[in-house]
Design a binder for this molecule. Structure first.
Ligand SMILES: [Zn+2]
Length: 421
């Protein structure tokens, strides 16, 4: 387990050991302690007591919260064997005076459920697949576990989860004790050899798992309630999986059930048939989109033909179509213009679109050798924008929608000789 010690400079005096009451009594919610030091951490008032049941962030488990003499605790950290309680505001008590601490039990018990759940899940991975736990993190929403395993199939994950939950249903006692010395440690056959030496704290799930850990855990596996692996992914050589236990698992089941119930009701389908029904609907949706696209294409082609038919032949040579669209989808207008110039080899299209600003589009049949790119660059100034494109197909965007007509008139003037009747 990695101990996360934050880099904080605090002014303290000497080395003081705070007794960790949660080691022996993880169910203790209230305690009395004496103030040993009053310090500042990053400008915030902080206390060191002679003993405490506040757990500091370490070993993948987050800190406890709660109150000391009614003052909120904002963080609890560990530094050089000291447990530092960071307070929301200054506390009145003097050095050596007695204070009462009370931890946020709901938060702590949640951490105990997740943490023992992790031991059980790690034990199950070891038992079934000889896969070692590399690290563990208890997050605000989910817990993660890194397992030394190349891949994890759906079936393997299910088996592991089943095995872990059977241990919960057995309601096996969880013991916690200290051992000292290499020989003693060797005898225990721990799931993972601890990096630390000296006095080591052992967490034992009866006849299932033995590991070294300084965190807080439930006294029996049944209190974990249930373990649910929610997802996993391969990360290099290892598998990172997310899991939840206890109240978190119940909460997760609650909302997922609500969502499924809601969707089944809306679709008037049994929840067990939902998966097939949604697959079917997605397939149908794909078909509908395909048909819609085909219809749109046909409609656009019809529209393009209409534009060409309605345009009068100018000067016996080219047809000029000019049109300003309001609130139209620019991509669709582009498609339309493309169709117009493809359908006829002597057409010039000068289009504008008023939609979130201004867009203009100048195009001509490939057979006509006009420089639409050069023309649009000049016309763009009327819409306070810029643009460009290919010689026969260019577009510009600007912010002045009112200038679209001017831009189009400017272009029409360019084709003056054809416009004259
Ligand atoms: Zn633990």
């Amino acid at each position: 387990m990695i101990h996360e010690i934050r880099d904080t400079n605090f002014k303290g005096s000497g080395r003081v050991l705070s007794k960790r009451l949660y080691y022996e009594e993880p169910y203790l919610q209230e305690f009395k302690g004496k103030i040993l030091e009053k310090i500042k951490i990053d400008g915030k008032p902080a206390l060191i007591l002679d003993n405490t049941c506040f757990y500091p962030t370490s070993g993948g488990q987050p800190n406890d919260l709660g109150y000391i003499q009614g003052v909120s605790i904002v963080d609890v950290i560990e530094d050089n064997e000291k447990i530092i309680h960071i307070l929301k505001e200054e506390l009145k008590g003097k050095i050596n005076s007695e204070v009462v601490g009370k931890i946020d039990w709901k938060r702590r018990f949640d951490h105990m459920q997740q943490h023992l759940g992790q031991h059980i899940l790690s034990g199950a991975f070891m038992k079934l697949w000889s896969a070692e736990t590399l690290s563990f993190h208890l997050g605000e929403e989910v817990c993660t576990l890194d397992i030394a395993k190349e891949k994890l199939t759906e079936e393997e994950a299910q088996k592991t989860e089943e095995c872990a939950n059977e241990i919960i249903f057995d309601n096996r006692p969880v013991k916690c004790y200290f051992v000292e010395g290499e020989e003693e440690l060797k005898k225990l056959n721990l799931r993972k050899v601890p990096e630390k030496t000296g006095r080591i704290r052992i967490i034992e799930v009866e006849d299932f798992d033995l590991s070294a850990c300084g965190g807080t855990h439930c006294r029996a596996t049944g209190e974990v309630g249930m373990i649910k692996i929610t997802k996993w992914e391969k990360r290099g050589e290892k598998i990172r999986l997310e899991f939840i236990c206890g109240r978190r698992a119940r909460k997760d089941y609650f909302w997922k059930n609500e969502v499924i119930k809601n969707i089944s009701n809306k679709l008037t389908i049994k929840d067990s048939e939902l998966k097939e029904a949604i697959d079917r609907m997605l397939e149908e949706r794909k078909e509908i989109w395909k048909e819609l696209k085909e219809f749109k294409e046909k409609l656009q082609e019809y529209e393009a033909k209409r534009f060409i038919d309605e345009s009068s032949l100018r000067g016996n040579r080219i047809k000029i179509i000019n049109k300003v669209f309001e609130e139209n989808n620019f991509q669709e207008v582009r498609g339309l213009v493309q169709k117009i110039i493809n359908l006829d080899d002597s057409v010039v299209a000068l289009f504008g679109v008023k939609n979130d600003g201004a867009k203009i589009l100048f195009a001509c049949s490939r057979a006509l050798e006009y420089d639409m790119n050069g023309l649009i660059r000049e016309a763009a100034k009327f819409i306070e924008g810029q643009g460009g494109g290919a010689p026969n197909f260019a577009q510009a965007g600007g912010k002045k929608a009112k200038g679209i007509e001017d831009a189009l008139n400017f272009a029409l003037e360019h084709f003056q000789e054809f416009i004259k009747k």
